[in-house]
Design a protein around this ligand. Sequence first.
Ligand SMILES: *Cc1c(COP(=O)(O)O)cnc(C)c1O
Length: 270
Amino acid sequence: MVKREDLNHPQVSGNKWWKLKYNLEEAIGQGHDTLLTFGGPYSNHVYATAAAANENGLKGIGIIRGEETLPLNATLSFAKRQGMAVHYVSRERYRGKTDPRFVQGLRNRFGNFYLIPEGGTNGPAIKGCEEWARELGNTIGFDCLCLPVGTGGTMAGMVRVLTDKQVVGFSSLKGGGFLDQEVGQWAGDGPRNWRIETGYHFGGYGKAGRGLMDFILEFEKAHQVPLDPVYTGKMMFGVFDLIAKGAIGRGKRVLALHTGGLQGRAGFNF
Ligand SMILES: *Cc1c(COP(=O)(O)O)cnc(C)c1O
């Protein structure tokens, strides 16, 4: 089974909608008129934040890793059309994005704003994903939930709520071992009913390759469900592989969570 959360909103789609939900509430409740966030030039999170800010009458500022390349790619030209102010910082400076001095520098330059971290993972984001998890648990019968993992925020929300299910995350990045600790911190003392597969990153974050692209095209042809090469494609490849190996499935109802991200497809040549 596939839960197509990519369809929940035309622009703020998939998990990003849930991760932004309570951040928007917080920002508006605290009287902010500006959201500021960080991301790479193809970031689903930047795309979603730009649309969410616009929809809620807030200003958006995107701090983008690296130099501007023209013509703007589809993600950033969309963000600009939504009214987001796009600023570039070198890869080196970008690495310091959580440094309080760097953030203070941004406040000096842009004035007051509500800060959402890269990838959007924070307390309010996990609260939103917990709510999503309750909705899934209450409306769909399944035993095992599979989902793609970037920062681990979405998975954290899932494992905190779906304690009576098996939850399997698929790391979209190389060296995803640290994600175990990340999700573990949020999961607290809850049952260890979850694990993160780290063997389906296809060379690293944002990397794909022919094998993955062919799988995505075949999957789409067979099931009429579009996938993206950064997250959902890798997850679905992993789900099929683990089922074939008998590592998941075996008489269990498997639910693959389509977390969205289809805007990112434009950055790949199929
Ligand atoms: C951002 C994103 C993820 C990763 O979510 P995390 O909460 O950072 O783990 C997964 N899938 C899609 C489509 C995304 O855009």
